[in-house]
Design a protein around this ligand. Structure first.
Ligand code: NAD
Length: 424
């Protein structure tokens, strides 16, 4: 999580992007398409009011959400976002993408997501803790280790998860470590969780690059976002000899044709809580980021970043969607026409939820695995899922996104069909 305030921007209609993605997959599903409407309706949405006493004694109200999009395959799973643009539309879309993602990599979960419309950087730590605890109490009626398991997302971290776990446990009367994932290691967290999403992006990216005959060593890379996910992706690609030429966060866009020194930038970021002002690169204007000459583009910030216009000018061979929902449907079409391969978010960034699943399993068993074991198991799940989606795309002559949706929708709708509708 970065510090400094996020400038409020217009919310993108993430839910409409999701619906368009669902519309595209329907014709591939045969008889199962009879059930597809279930994916157009979130199962449960909860909006909560969170009154917060500020440090100066005044009282402010914040709006919070928890959406359980689909629970056909198991408990809900999905992060908690603290950002000034959070609204119901965005949380619904993010929860739906979790449904698709968990099914695409075959984890026994449904999809959920939550958030609070707040700029976390404008609150003191005490205010943030009180906000988190009240929010957890409010959504406590629908979350639980067998019902719905939150995790960190943009603007939240392991400390927030520790407060959530403690609050839920206080209300239950016993310690329930399995109610959230992404916790600190000493509170039932899993080794490897913090880096898991970035690692998954790297693993799936390398697998597709190999199949597309794109050489990683020397490849020019552009990354939007240098938070939990973006910084780890940058570190891993840098380590194997790729050249990260441009990085953008909410404070600046850095460019260095010879490659940004990732170790130095990480030190700078840890100290300054932003990339702006880093002396090892020049600062360029925001839109130039998309025009830079690159081989691989990695959006790792927010949704709705690759618009049709940007898709027309972007100069790359491969896009790895580390962020959730970064590409508009019209942009997808432009990229396909231009022969640019997109590794969709629902596969590309699923490393995080995969290791969250491991964390939950370890909490349930009260038996913890080594980091080597975790990385080995998650790499296998990610590569198997990627290969399966790749084959589906070839079979159906469709994009990797549509293929991932076919794989996921078949699993979800099969479960829905076999469970039937209650009451009949
Ligand atoms: P984070 O809060 O750690 O970092 C977010 C980054 O995005 C920061 O560098 C921030 O400066 C940048 N950013 C914010 N607004 C921006 C803007 N308008 N323009 C450019 N950059 C901007 O968040 P994160 O955990 O790294 O998540 C990043 C993305 O990855 C999100 O879409 C999230 O949903 C997705 N994701 C995260 C995880 C995870 O495990 N953390 C898992 C799956 C998907």
């Amino acid at each position: 999580m970065n510090k400094l305030s996020y400038a409020p921007e217009k919310s993108t209609s993430a839910w409409s992007i999701y619906l368009q993605q669902i519309d595209r997959v329907s014709s591939y599903l045969g008889n199962l398409s009879r059930w597809i409407d279930t994916l157009r309706h979130p199962k449960r949405t909860l909006i909560v009011d969170i009154p917060l006493q500020m440090d100066n004694g005044t009282i402010k109200h914040f709006e919070g959400y928890r959406v359980q999009h689909n629970l056909s395959r198991g408990p809900g799973k999905g992060g908690i976002r603290y950002h000034p643009n959070v609204d119901l539309n965005e949380v619904m879309a993010l929860s739906a993408w979790m449904t698709i993602k968990c099914a695409a990599v075959n984890l026994p979960y449904g999809g959920a997501k939550g958030g609070i419309r707040v700029d976390p950087f404008k609150l003191s730590e005490n205010e943030l803790e009180r906000l988190t605890r009240r929010y957890t109490s409010e959504i406590g009626i629908i979350i639980g280790p067998q019902k719905d398991i939150p995790a960190p997302d943009v603007g939240t971290n392991s400390k927030v998860m520790a407060w959530m776990m403690d609050t839920y446990s206080m209300n239950q009367g016993n310690t329930v470590t399995g109610v959230v994932t992404g916790k600190p290691i000493h509170l039932g967290g899993s080794l490897g969780r913090e880096k898991a999403t970035g690692r998954g992006v790297f693993i799936t990216g390398c697998e597709v690059a190999r199949r597309e005959k794109i050489k990683i060593q020397g490849a020019k890379i552009a990354i939007q976002g240098f938070g939990n996910v973006g910084s780890e992706v940058a570190r891993l690609f840098d380590k194997v000899g790729a050249i990260v030429i441009t990085i953008q966060d909410h404070t600046s866009t850095l460019y260095n044709e010879k490659g940004i020194n990732i170790k130095e930038l990480t030190k700078w970021q840890n100290k300054n809580k932003k990339i702006a002002g880093f002396p090892g690169a020049i600062s360029i204007d925001k839109e130039s980021f998309w025009k830079s000459h690159m081989d691989i583009l990695i959006p790792a910030a927010l949704e709705g970043q690759i618009t049709q216009k940007r898709a027309e000018i972007v100069n790359c061979k491969l896009i790895l969607e580390a962020a959730n929902g970064p590409t508009y449907t019209e942009a997808d079409d432009v990229l396909a026409k231009r022969g640019i391969t997109v590794v969709p978010d629902v596969i590309c960034n699923a490393g995080g939820v995969t290791v969250s699943y491991f964390e939950w399993v370890q909490d349930m068993a009260s038996f913890f695995w080594s980091e080597i074991e975790i990385n080995k198991r998650s790499d296998k799940i990610m590569i198997d899922a990627m290969v399966n989606v790749w084959k589906k795309a070839k079979e159906n002559k469709c994009s990797l996104r549509t293929a991932a949706y076919i794989v996921a929708c078949e699993r979800i709708l099969m479960a829905r069909k076999d469970r039937g509708i209650y009451p009949g």
